[in-house]
Design a protein around this ligand. Structure first.
Ligand SMILES: N[C@@H](Cc1c[nH]c[nH+]1)C(=O)O
Length: 372
């Protein structure tokens, strides 16, 4: 192997070589197959858009994480996409504003961030997912979580678990049940994120400490959350989470961490994170949100899967496909017939080409493909 300095890639960016690329193709096809089967239509937004079009689409988007530069042609600020969801929202709010609701759209492609996330140094990621536009109720949330589980299982994930959260929990509680001065809200959120009971008390959020213990296995955690919700402000959300969990009917292990906000930039009452056995980090994430717009916007529910870590996990077992070596002077029609029934062929370009060296498993003879 000879890689010189001139061949290096910037930190956090990498190539996918044939075996992993083959797994990638298979995984994306499986995920898109599931979304397509459930009535989601694929859209293909561009890699780059005007900065202001994306950055303000939903409240909470952290545009500083995204690559931005001035377009030498229009002299306007452009942004590379770091997430498809704001782009799908733009499409739904503009070109597909007149399409019937609920609108089901899906997508798949690369996203790019300036810096990796926590322990994950990757700056470019595959992201695919689905958005259900015009609804953010229990029925929508149940459909989206079930779809996300089915999609990652079709892609090869096993031991899937779903962690539910209530992304706007602190805002809701701070409003009346456990009032916080506006300047304390950020500190309470931060201490809940770090799950530090002492810090939470110091930040003025003593009333919020029980939330740290309402996390874990869904059935017990939701009981604890219900016990905590003395004033009843969370009753609707708790009932909704119970109903979503019941509708999933054992397709995945369920947990609850009501104050988890990591990665939830714009989600509203409902959020979830997907994990799978043996897959490093977060496999997917989703929830309900509000698309901003001139006339108050529109609600939506969706999910995104980041299949790279799953691909890393399963590509080692990617089967080597059979392929038939076609010697110089072979019967071209016979080769075409083989391809038509699913064979893969590799044609010799000179007498020097070797079937074995080119990784072929068969060679075409007058009798048909013969194993090597
Ligand atoms: N796009 C979000 C997940 C999501 C999709 N729809 C709603 N939420 C993310 O990547 O974190």
């Amino acid at each position: 192997m000879s890689i010189s300095d001139r061949d290096l890639l910037p930190e956090g960016l990498e190539d996918r070589l044939p075996r992993e690329a083959a797994t990638t193709t298979r995984v994306m096809r499986a995920i898109h197959g599931v979304m397509h089967a459930h009535g989601y239509d694929r859209v293909l937004p561009p890699m780059i858009e005007f900065d202001e079009t994306l950055a303000h689409r939903m409240a909470g988007i952290r545009s500083r994480r995204m690559f931005r530069f001035v377009d030498p042609q229009s002299l306007r600020m452009l942004m590379m996409r770091g997430d498809h969801t704001p782009q799908i929202s733009r499409i739904a709010a503009s070109r597909l504003a007149g399409a019937p609701r609920p609108l089901r759209l899906c997508y798949g492609g690369q996203v790019l961030l300036i810096r990796g996330d926590g322990l994950d140094p990757a700056r470019e990621k595959l992201q695919c997912g689905a958005e259900l536009i015009g609804v953010d109720n229990v029925a929508a949330a149940s459909e989206i979580v079930a779809l996300a589980i089915e999609a990652v299982q079709a892609a090869g994930a096993t031991g899937v678990s779903v962690d539910f959260t209530l992304p706007d929990l602190v805002d809701v509680l701070a409003e009346q049940a456990f009032p916080l001065p506006p300047e304390a809200i950020e500190g309470v959120r931060r201490e809940l994120d770090t799950k530090d009971a002492g810090g939470l008390v110091d930040a003025g959020g003593a009333a919020y400490v029980p939330l740290l213990y309402a996390a874990g296995e869904f059935d017990t955690a939701i009981e604890r959350l219900a016990g905590f919700d003395a004033g009843g402000v969370l009753a609707g959300r708790i009932a909704a989470l119970r109903e979503i969990a019941a509708r999933l009917g054992g397709t995945a292990r369920l947990t609850l961490d009501p104050s988890e906000r990591h990665g939830f930039e714009y989600q509203s009452w409902f959020g979830f994170t997907l994990y799978a056995e043996g897959v490093r980090g977060v496999l997917g994430r989703g929830g309900t949100y509000r698309i901003g717009g001139a006339n108050g916007g529109e609600v939506a529910t969706g999910f995104s899967v980041f299949p790279d870590a799953l691909i890393d996990q399963i590509s080692g077992a990617e089967p080597v496909e059979d392929s038939v070596f076609l010697p110089i002077g072979h019967d071209a029609e016979a080769a075409a017939r083989l391809r038509a029934i699913g064979w893969r062929t590799v044609a010799a370009l000179s007498e020097d080409d070797s079937a074995r060296a080119l990784g072929c498993t068969h060679v075409l003879t007058v009798e048909g493909p013969e194993p090597l």
